[in-house]
Write a protein that binds this ligand. Structure first.
Ligand SMILES: Nc1nc2c(ncn2[C@@H]2O[C@H](COP(=O)(O)OP(=O)(O)OP(=O)(O)O)[C@@H](O)[C@H]2O)c(=O)[nH]1
Ligand SMILES: [Mg+2]
Length: 432
């Protein structure tokens, strides 16, 4: 796959979308027996439908949009006589898999990132209906003979890109045993064969271990130079970007396990997008086929190269697999906990007047935890100043509100009292 957006994504689709135009307003006059001067009687046009994108659970690919590239919402109906408003046009809802990103035609300007099932965004707005002539009647124009046309539809081209949302990704050279591992730990049945590049597109499986489960993606094999397009290239690595962890499988039957480990690491670093810093679990695979005297040497070499503990496993015999899965679950749970902590809390609506005045509605909403990290000063509601305390003489009688608080009957504050000229002069003198 070549082209501007071919590099990092498996599933890309181009969609030509247009919203519905608004219906025209109607020009009509009331003409009925026994009703003189019926007057203007034309209704308004209906609204055109919107184009909406919605993430749904049961879709996994964008394949539908390869076959159906045009999405169009219905136009609003024109207004009719008897002041009847035209029907609104139906919205066009584009159902896309969870994890779809919607870009403008350039393929780079992100409009929406649909990461949760049920999430909806309006991509194009339908045109409003035009007013019918009945709308324009007034005392000075009792028989308007004009109406407004409906607003035109909007049109745009969108690029949809799907990144699978897997919790963990399987990375390694071709033939490292990635598909075998996936078929061992999940119900997925990817193709397994003794030649490189058996897997041509990512495969997903749900792994259940102890009380937890997670989604594991088997990604096509990488070879040296993948970031320059050698082999299948690194376009599938986009799917690993959102994983909490990656499981790096190294074929233990081959020579140079450290070298093959380093080759893959170099490809991850070259790909960028933070893949090089992602938590990684390293496993020496196919232990059932490694001669015993070589095992310790290979494990030590791999540990030296990776600088971490290496699991010794076999996708065929099942050896060591549970320990690897548990290590993955630990990293996935840590990431899930992190996400929950960062999720913005629902903000309570300001209740008092002072709170309302203190809210800057135009300010960006930053969750407090994130603000601390970003070193952003989150302005809270303006502090309400505590009333100044007046020194009260000992034994003085409480007056006014204080008297009311003390249980006495407060005198109502006089409103708009007109003072006499003498009183006004006295108050003026006092102010000076
Ligand atoms: N002995 C042994 N053979 C294995 C093991 N895992 C995989 N194999 C064999 O290795 C070969 C390649 O396995 P796959 O699972 O297709 O490897 P892959 O990493 O998915 O390969 P690509 O899809 O081509 O990248 C197959 O012939 C498997 O039978 C293992 O644990 N032990
Ligand atoms: Mg495979």
């Amino acid at each position: 796959m070549q082209g501007p957006f071919a590099v990092k994504f498996l599933d890309v689709a181009k969609v030509y979308a247009s919203s519905g135009a608004g219906g025209n307003g109607c020009i009509a006059f009331r003409r009925e027996k026994f009703i003189e001067y019926g007057g203007p009687y034309g209704g308004d046009g209906g609204r055109g439908g919107d184009v909406i994108a919605e993430a749904v659970e049961n879709l996994n690919t964008l394949i539908d949009y390869r076959f159906q590239q045009h999405v169009k919402a219905k136009n609003g109906e024109g207004g009719k006589g008897k002041v009847m408003t035209g029907a609104n046009g139906e919205d066009a809802v584009m159902k896309v898999p969870v994890g779809t990103q919607i870009y403008e035609e350039d393929g780079e300007t992100l409009i929406a990132d649909l990461t949760d099932a049920g999430q909806r965004v309006r991509l194009l707005k339908g045109g409003n209906g035009g007013f019918g002539n009945a709308h324009f009647k007034s005392s000075t124009n009792q028989a308007p003979d004009f109406a407004m046309p409906g607003q035109p539809a909007e049109e745009a081209v969108f690029i949809l890109k799907l990144k699978l949302i897997a919790d963990a990704g399987l990375i390694g050279m071709p033939n490292a045993g990635k598909s075998t591992f996936l078929s061992r730990v999940s119900a997925a049945r990817p193709k397994i064969a003794d030649y490189p590049f058996t897997t041509l597109e990512p495969q997903l499986g749900v792994v259940k271990i102890d009380d937890s489960d997670f989604v594991l993606a088997d990604l096509p094999g990488l070879i040296e130079g993948a970031h320059e397009g050698v082999g299948l290239g690194d376009r599938f690595l986009g799917h690993a970007e959102r994983c909490a962890t990656i499981l790096h499988l190294v074929d233990g039957t081959g020579d140079g396990v450290a070298k093959s480990y380093k080759t893959i690491r170099a490809e991850l670093e070259a790909y960028g997008e933070g893949l090089g810093d992602k938590p990684e679990i390293v496993a020496l695979n196919k232990v059932d086929a490694i001669p015993e005297k070589e095992l310790a040497k290979k494990k030590a070499a791999l540990e030296r190269a990776s600088g971490q503990k290496v699991h010794v496993i076999s996708g065929v015999s099942g050896e060591g697999i549970n320990a690897v899965l548990r290590a993955m679950v630990r990293q996935i749970s840590a990431r899930r906990a992190e996400r929950i902590a960062v999720k913005p809390r629902t903000v309570r609506a300001p209740l008092t007047r002072a709170e309302r005045q203190g809210v800057n509605f135009k300010a960006p909403v930053v969750p407090k935890s994130a603000a601390a990290e970003l070193d952003v000063v989150v302005k809270s509601a303006r502090p309400v100043q505590a009333p100044k305390k007046k020194s009260v003489k000992a034994g003085a009688k409480p007056r006014g509100r204080k008297k009311a608080a003390a249980g006495g009957k407060a005198r109502a504050k006089p409103k708009n009292v007109r003072h006499s000229a003498k009183q006004r002069a006295k108050r003026k003198a006092a102010r000076r």
